[in-house]
Design a protein around this ligand. Structure first.
Ligand code: TXA
Ligand code: MG
Length: 319
């Protein structure tokens, strides 16, 4: 059921059920972080491998000591600067945090989501929520309650409807090595913003072909069901695939020479925030047109553009 009624969500969570919650990034598939039954159900619903850990969502930074053991000073600064908001911190876990959440690591990922409905929900329950993105494993993340419903139908009792996600891409994930911050996943907060607070940050995101550093950061992820290609030069790729029914994901301009093709424009203004906001909804619309292939145009590789290109790269087949 799609609803805006928090009471229904609370009631389902208290029965160890998994619900969908809105956040400013993407929708999450949430359960009581202290309920083994709910945690197992999350993996089962998503068909997610157990080596891929979940993020714990808390109502404010005051909840941190219940979840993590050590908070490096720079982590505290980052939390103060960006919470509530799309920043996830990976810190040493308390023994009480379930191995199901962390995939048996000794660290746990935590964030305070910035969405009024979900903050109100977190305020009224006395447990944190474990929540991955609300898509089946490997599928495009959902940015509306309707997307979640299309994926899971009535398998989820309550889908809390908070409208379209404002940011549209997942949180930025920062881990720590000897107290120094390390970027584990590009996300909704651009790295330049993080560096203003934390100073220069190392990147530990694996490049293509190497092994994943953040568990779950697989090279192929966020994958549309249709073969997808990422390119700087859409017209040449189109020539290469002549005869195929292509769907185009373009940054700011339509391709006038291909009026017969389905074209999704991420931001007519050429604004990377708007492009991020529209990214997953546009990919999902393209999928629903059932083209033979999707050709995505690389966006400018600065700021949020890096996050968008990262997601498109993971969606794309290597040429
Ligand atoms: O914006 C978001 O972060 C959304 C919303 C729902 O909050 N959630 C989200 O969750 O993107 P998910 O499960 O799709 O991605 C969580 C990722 C994992 O794939 C993994 O890369 C990383 O978080 N992660 C979780 N725990 C970790 C840990 N202990 N060490 C390193 N990475 C971890
Ligand atoms: Mg995900």
């Amino acid at each position: 059921m799609i609803t805006t009624d928090i009471a229904k969500a609370i009631e389902a969570l208290r029965r160890d059920k998994v619900i969908a919650i809105p956040t400013e990034t993407v929708y999450g598939l949430a359960g009581n972080a202290f309920s083994e039954k709910a945690l197992k159900k999350i993996y089962e619903l998503k068909n997610r491998p157990r080596f891929n850990p979940l993020i714990v969502h808390v109502k404010d930074a005051g909840m941190l000591p219940a979840i993590v053991q050590e908070i490096p000073p720079v982590a505290e600064k980052l939390a103060a600067a960006f919470w509530p908001g799309p920043l996830t911190l990976v810190l040493k876990k308390q023994p009480t945090v379930s191995d199901i959440i962390t995939a048996s690591l000794d660290t746990v990922a935590v964030r305070v989501p910035n969405h009024p409905l979900t903050l109100a929900l977190l305020d009224r329950i006395d447990f944190p929520l474990a929540a991955p993105s609300a898509n089946p494993f490997g599928a495009v993340s959902p940015t509306s309650a309707q997307h979640v419903y299309q994926y899971f139908d009535d398998l989820i009792e309550v889908i809390l409807d908070g409208g379209e996600c404002q940011r549209g891409v997942e949180s930025t994930i920062i881990g720590f090595e000897n107290g120094e911050p390390v970027l584990l996943r590009h996300g909704a907060i651009m790295i330049e913003e993080i560096e203003k607070v934390a100073g220069k940050i190392k990147t530990a995101i694996h490049q293509h072909g190497s092994s994943p550093l953040a568990p779950g950061m697989l090279p192929r992820h966020y994958a549309p069901a249709i073969p997808t290609y990422l390119t700087d030069d859409v017209p040449s790729l189109l020539k290469q695939f002549e005869g195929k029914k292509a769907g185009l994901l373009l940054f700011s301009r339509r391709l006038p020479e291909a009026p017969h093709l389905i074209q999704e424009i991420l931001s007519p203004q050429g604004d990377l925030n708007e492009a991020a906001h529209n990214l997953y909804a546009a990919l999902l619309r393209l999928e629903q047109c059932h083209p033979d292939i999707i050709i995505a145009e690389r966006v400018p590789d600065t700021g949020l553009g890096r996050t968008i290109n990262d997601r498109l790269q993971r969606a794309a087949t290597v040429l």
